[in-house]
Design a protein around this ligand. Structure first.
Ligand code: HEM
Length: 153
């Protein structure tokens, strides 16, 4: 067994994709709760849920980004795959920055239990970038075929 398997996962079983499910799931819950809170649905409680889901997303982003980076480092520079993967990385880093800003400046909102418009806007911009990055992530795998073992016919 190679040491890199601990960070990149086994052949045919990369670690990055399952971690992305947890990250995208947490941010999706956060965005949904933020929108509902902004529409006045149980605002005190859903604002707290919005912020806590953001924190969960930020925590799981760390291993997600690390495993993605480990795979990205194996790609030959300036190839079509590398450009797609680099755009994916930049989208995800920008999304993470939006979510981090929303969490930092939204902490008072969490305490007060009222959803602010700027914190919601940062969450939704982050969610848009996350969606773009996820689409590019799918391109890396399903168009360029990275980390895919040969298909059985
Ligand atoms: C932290 C937020 C991130 C999320 C939510 C995310 C999400 C995704 C998704 C959805 C895929 C497609 C997986 C599939 O459908 O099987 C993917 C693939 C990929 N991502 Fe990310 N990603 C993130 C960060 C990063 C970073 C920071 C890098 C590079 C530095 C990166 C590099 C890659 C690579 C190389 C692949 C294709 C190979 C693999 O699955 O490991 N990702 N990512």
């Amino acid at each position: 067994m190679r040491l890199s398997y601990l960070v990149r996962g086994f052949p045919g079983h990369p670690l990055h994709p399952p971690l992305t499910d947890a990250t995208i799931g947490a941010y999706t819950v956060s965005a949904a709760l933020g929108v509902l809170a902004a529409f006045g649905v149980d605002e005190p409680n859903l604002t707290k849920g919005w912020w806590l889901a953001l924190i969960v997303g930020l925590i799981v982003s760390a291993p997600t980004a690390l495993t993605g980076l480990a795979d990205w480092l194996t790609i030959s520079w300036r190839t079509p795959l590398w450009w797609t993967a680099t755009r994916h990385m930049l989208s995800m880093l920008a999304a993470t920055a939006c979510f981090a800003l929303a969490a930092i400046f939204g902490h008072d909102r969490y305490i007060a239990g009222d959803m602010g418009s700027w914190t919601l806007a940062a969450t939704l911009v982050g969610f848009g970038l996350l969606s773009l990055g996820s689409w590019l992530g799918g391109t890396i795998v399903f168009v360029h075929g990275m980390r895919v073992k040969e298909r059985e016919q």
